[in-house]
Design a protein around this ligand. Structure first.
Ligand SMILES: O=C(O)CCC(=O)C(=O)O
Length: 299
């Protein structure tokens, strides 16, 4: 794999390997702010399960890495694995604009970078196959109309993510394999109809809170079963370069993606503009998202 000694090495590493691990780019206080939002989301969810009579003990005193596991141990009902829109907050703004993360994204995408507004909170519950993610390319999840959109995914662990609790795994170089065929399984997971690991060896990426990994839209990645007793929480973020459109197919795909996100109550956020980091505040973002927003993409 291409060694990364400085920010200047990042573009070559992403080009060669299809991913780059960024160590310690998110301040601990920023991770903690997002975890506080996760605690709110879990509280709401637990109250809902309690109100529906699905559980009897809301386990209010357990920490965020344990509570949902203890709650779902009381029921056979379907386990949630992706949570949408519950993180939208000043804490999320701090995460998506973390200065060292933006420095890396600017090196990779250029002087104009947009966060697509598509944050997803991912929960991997102990021993729960439904919260394992089979091999896939993020383009496959964007759908056929948006599959040519060039989005960089930034995956951020909120707790330690290691071999035991199902850290992210990638196949270096797989971003050069093109868009692979897929269908959806009963859990709505993308399934590729052959064993991608027979083509090249995967690499596991243990990470700590504060780290992040950047993946291209075509990089094959997966995460296995959580064999620990605690919940593995993480966040997925998508970033694009409005100035980086190189073909009509890419332009149409990126418009389709942003239209779909706007229709879904999301709104993009400029995170670097003309080389200036974090030009838009939390208040700017709130105003845009509340009104379903002007499509920054078209600006
Ligand atoms: O968080 C994980 O374990 C994997 C999530 C993922 O690959 C995805 O959301 O595309």
């Amino acid at each position: 794999m291409t060694p990364v000694a400085s920010t200047a090495d990042l573009p070559a590493a992403l080009r060669d390997d299809g991913f780059v691990v960024l160590r310690g780019v998110v301040p601990r206080a920023t991770v903690d702010g997002v975890l506080a939002r996760v605690e709110h989301a879990v509280e709401d969810h637990v109250r809902y399960l309690l109100g529906d009579g699905v559980i009897r003990d809301p386990c209010p005193d357990l920490p965020v890495e344990r509570r949902l596991a203890a709650v779902y141990a009381q029921t056979d009902s379907v386990r949630p694995r992706k949570w949408y829109r519950c993180l939208f907050s000043e804490a999320l703004h701090a995460l998506v604009t973390a200065p060292r993360l933006l420095e890396a994204l600017q090196a990779l995408l250029g002087p104009d970078v947009v966060f697509n507004g598509d944050e997803q909170l991912v929960t991997k519950l102990p021993g729960c196959p439904r919260t394992a993610f089979p091999w896939h390319q993020d383009s496959q999840y964007y759908g056929r109309d948006a599959a040519e959109a060039r989005v960089l995914t930034v995956w951020v662990p909120l707790v330690e993510a290691g071999l035991r609790n199902g850290c992210l795994e990638v196949i270096p170089g797989s971003h050069r394999w093109g868009l692979l065929p897929w269908s959806r399984d009963e859990h709505l997971n993308v399934r590729i109809p052959f064993d991608v690991t027979s083509r090249a060896d995967p690499v596991a990426l243990p990470m700590a809170p504060g780290d992040a990994v950047v993946l291209t839209h075509r990089t094959l990645h997966a995460s296995g079963l959580n064999r620990s007793a605690t919940v593995r929480w993480s966040v997925d973020l998508g970033y694009s370069a409005p100035g980086g459109v190189t073909s009509p197919a890419q332009r149409d795909a990126e418009r389709a993606l942003h239209r779909a996100l706007l229709g879904n109550g999301r709104a993009p956020l400029w995170v670097v503009r003309d080389g200036v980091p974090a030009p838009e505040s939390w208040a700017d973002w709130q105003a845009r998202r509340d009104g379903h927003g002007a499509p920054v993409w078209e600006a």
